[in-house]
Design a binder for this molecule. Structure first.
Ligand code: FAD
Length: 308
């Protein structure tokens, strides 16, 4: 059994494991896929002090750094159930898909999130080749170019406003006949000279030349007419889904969107259970933020251990 068991091996989990192990306590990491979303990323240019790197390279560096310490890494292990301790000071249990079960005095939940995809032809083929999900990450790659933002919720409209300051032209495409974003954001968006808004449109295909995106096909829902936009980039902003399905019914309190609610110390609603990174309510999902949150959760867990 562990003092600290980290579930998830992305930037948050790796950082938590290192901070915990550096306290000389028994630390384990169980992860479905070490590296997390970073494995799906091409260029990373906003990890401060590293002007440019690539996802798989950073993921390998994360693992290498964790391996500098005595951390029990259990890769390719999917957690399916959490059974919190029944009494104060008791051990929490994490059940794995393999049938095994792990016990620990404290837990750090760092199972991350995944972007909701449009699931249209071309989307997967052109991922990182014009199809993007993170405006903070990839916006500058489209400087002066034409891009579409899919989704008129808060994140879509924020992305469109953000991108309008960087790219040449932004077309926001919303499925419904109106945008769901806050009125103040919609007003700001409509005031921008290089933004077009298309409502009631269903994206049907991502077009490309075999190497990169060169257009987007959509159906005007009212008329059924099929139209095409020529462009270089598509930002999909239809939701970030936290990987918390496995926590349902576990007493760990979650927001309406299924994100684990944490406080400034990474504490969840269950004593001894901490959480960090994209899986939590922390705003702005980024690598550098996930790492900071992971280290905070580990220090929070250590603090909890020395007090109990
Ligand atoms: P994740 O990276 O999602 O890691 C979650 C971990 O938990 C993984 O190891 C996963 O396998 C594991 N896991 C999930 N469910 C379970 C389970 N049930 N049991 C066990 N393990 C589980 N951010 C930037 O700062 N800069 C960028 O340039 C950038 N580009 C991006 C490009 C793309 C295409 C994507 C998808 C994201 C990008 N991001 C970028 C965002 C960044 O990757 C995330 O904010 C960051 O990875 C979050 O770290 P995390 O550790 O919280 O979660």
């Amino acid at each position: 059994s562990f003092d600290v068991l980290v579930v998830g091996g992305g930037p948050a989990g790796a950082s938590a494991a290192i901070y915990a192990a550096r306290k000389g306590i028994r630390t384990g990491v169980a992860a479905e896929r070490f590296g997390g979303q970073v494995m799906d990323t091409m260029a990373i240019e906003n990890f401060i002090s590293v002007p440019h790197t690539e996802g798989p390279k950073m993921a390998a560096a994360l693992e290498e750094h964790v391996k500098e310490y005595e951390v029990d890494i259990m890769n390719l292990q999917r957690a399916v159930k959490l059974v919190p301790a029944t009494q104060p000071g008791g051990e929490h249990e994490v059940q794995l898909e393999s049938g095994a079960s792990l016990k620990s005095k404290t837990l750090i939940l760092a199972t991350g999130a995944r972007w909701r995809e449009m699931n249209v032809p071309g989307e997967a083929d052109y991922r990182n080749k014009g199809v993007a999900y993170c405006p903070h990450c990839d916006g500058p790659l489209f400087k002066g170019k034409r891009v579409a933002v899919i989704g008129g919720g808060n994140s879509g409209v924020e992305a469109a406003i953000d991108l309008a300051g960087i790219v040449g032209r932004v077309t926001l495409i919303e499925f419904m006949d109106e945008m769901r974003a806050d009125a103040v954001l919609q007003k700001k968006l409509k005031s921008l000279p290089n933004v077009d808004i298309i409502l009631g449109a269903r994206t049907t295909e991502v077009n490309g030349d075999g190497t990169r995106v060169n257009g987007l096909t959509f159906e005007e829902r009212a008329s059924g007419e099929i139209k095409r936009l020529d462009l270089e980039g598509i930002f999909v902003q239809i939701g970030l889904i936290p990987n918390t399905e496995w926590l349902r019914g576990s007493l760990v309190e979650m927001s309406e969107r299924g994100e684990i609610i944490t406080d400034a110390h990474g504490t969840t609603s269950v004593p001894g259970i901490f959480a960090a990174g994209d899986v939590t309510t922390v705003p702005y999902k980024q690598i550098i933020i996930a790492m900071g949150e992971g280290s905070k959760a580990a220090l929070g867990a250590f603090d909890h251990l020395i007090r109990s």
